[in-house]
Design a binder for this molecule. Sequence first.
Ligand SMILES: *Cc1c(COP(=O)(O)O)cnc(C)c1O
Length: 397
Amino acid sequence: MRVYADHAATTAVHPQVIEAMLPYFRTHSGNPSSLHTAGQEAASVLADARARIAKCLNAARPEEIYFTSGGSEADNQAILSAAELGAKKDKKHIISTKFEHHAVLHTLNKLEKAGFEITLLDVPPNGVIRPEQVAEAIRPDTALVSVMFANNEIGTVQPIAEIGAVCRERGVLFHTDAVQAVGHLEVDVQAMNIDLLSLSAHKFHGPKGVGALYARRSIRLQSLIEGGAQERGKRAGTENIPGIVGMATALEWACAHREEHAAQLRVLRDKLISALSAIPHSVLNGDPDARLPGNVHFCFEGIEGESLLLLLDDAGVEASSGSACTSGSLDPSHVLLALGRPHEVAHGSLRLTLGYETTEEEVDHIIRTVPGIVAYLRSISPVWDALEKGERPYILA
Ligand SMILES: *Cc1c(COP(=O)(O)O)cnc(C)c1O
């Protein structure tokens, strides 16, 4: 049996999405910038996809949706644009958090080198940022607050509407990296006072390499790519029509089934969490309730996450350590360190992320597999040996 339990990394394209994309590879291959009929057909398909995506997010206007190559590009563009707008008013302070995706953190590093001051909020032990933390950090020169909707490693869901309200009240732009949330949680950019939002199709059963940035109408974006008037001059390059149609189709499908899938996933998630909690000296990372319906994330003391992943793969379970760590790097996840897990514990992490296709049999297979592999790895670990002999204290109860 092979179980794919890495839906936070990427998802399979839904068959209906593939069907919807095919005509734009086979026959309808016009360029939306062309004046002839084929081109104008493509332009109208593009406008239609934009409107469908705007509707799913409850954006006021389709023009507030800008197509990008994915979540990373949308994060970069949102943050760099807000920084430029801030700098014009001499506001060069940005607030974000320690557990953002690297697409956000690395962009902020770049801005820091360019003279911006960055405040990264600490992550409370349950992995949920408190709106008061944001309120306390806002200064008269704050240009932007960027807080992710749901964390990609530990799956915790942030109080986005409350944070949005704080920012709106103080007149500060608010960006959220909603890549893990869109299609899985309710997202309403107007009700939640979101000014800028990033999303990516491949996280909700759309194709890879396509995403979008929502930017409220009054926000002037900075273009990262020059060379054409596409996306109203904010993102040059011939539009990825099949990808964009696929994204719109996937988003409509995901939103239509959102509650049904979430209910189904929560049952499987909680079964998995309660079974893995029985492993001694382990801990569930992140709040058990304020978390994505398909996310399970544990640390096991005395093991190396990478060995666990390799043995799990041999046993047919495709999982992740949670951090998209470059192989060879021994750095533990910045998310787990931000949560306050010590290095030794952060190294022994396991992320299992389920999708709508995940069956109970698959979850049972994971439950049968993980405890034995953890026990085996501990049996050959010198660290575990020292813990067992009482030569050093356990960190996890
Ligand atoms: C996957 C992911 C991204 C990057 O999206 P790409 O489309 O792969 O560039 C950004 N942020 C979060 C939270 C993600 O999970």
